[in-house]
Design a protein around this ligand. Structure first.
Ligand SMILES: [Cu+2]
Length: 127
């Protein structure tokens, strides 16, 4: 009973099984929310001013439009920092300018592609 419809159906089922397998097993990382993997400046590090480059790397892709960076300066003033770009998927960059000597806290809040928001803080010193 090998007519054309039967062969087509078998191929269709085979393709379906392959697609399901790819969806279920391959992009595990893409389903997780974003965790900070590395940061520049590093947490609790001391860096030179007045300009400090920021590079944050996450464990999954992030939605830049719904992600924010703020900087708490030594005087207690909070400033919103513009996110410049996504140098590679899951990372973001920004530039801090005109920093004086003292203690700062960079706060990040990001939206991962799975719809989860994560946030954290990066305290650092400018010498
Ligand atoms: Cu998540």
């Amino acid at each position: 009973m090998r007519n054309k419809t039967w062969i087509f159906t078998r191929q269709f089922v085979a393709i379906l099984v392959v697609i399901c397998g790819i969806v279920l097993f391959s992009p595990r990382a893409a389903l997780a929310h974003a965790i900070l993997v590395s940061s520049q400046p590093a947490i609790n590090s001391t860096v030179s001013g007045p300009d400090v480059a920021v590079l944050l790397k996450y464990s999954s892709r992030v939605d830049l439009e719904h992600s924010t960076l703020t900087l708490l300066d030594p005087n207690g003033k909070v400033e919103k920092i513009t996110i410049n770009s996504e140098p590679s998927p899951g990372s973001l960059s920004a530039k801090l300018t005109g920093l004086v000597k003292g203690a700062y806290v960079l706060r990040w809040q990001i939206l991962a592609m799975d719809g989860h928001i994560t946030r954290g803080t990066i305290p650092f010193q400018v010498k």
